[in-house]
Design a protein around this ligand. Sequence first.
Ligand code: FES
Length: 106
Amino acid sequence: MAKITYTTHDDQTFEVEGEEGSTVMETAIKNAVPGIEAECGGACACATCHVYVAQEWMDKVGAPEPMEEDMLDFAYDVRPTSRLSCQIRVSPDLDGLKVEVPERQG
Ligand code: FES
């Protein structure tokens, strides 16, 4: 398990437990975190699970694979900390992870 904190664009905070092996997107959906749509169900084919990883977590989370980078081009308001949350796997290393949900998807 890993604690993950999601902050929405209007400053609502959701602190939830992510199961090892699931993704940051699946954890958000399971806990009804608003603003993550995940239209493709985690296939890296929609970019509607876009989040901003907190700066201090960027190293641990790592860089996107080329396929994810291509999909990120379709996301709204992409920043250097942007990731697709379906491509971030929950692990004990990510205990305490903080991500921000953008104002809108797509
Ligand atoms: Fe579609 Fe992440 S859920 S790209």
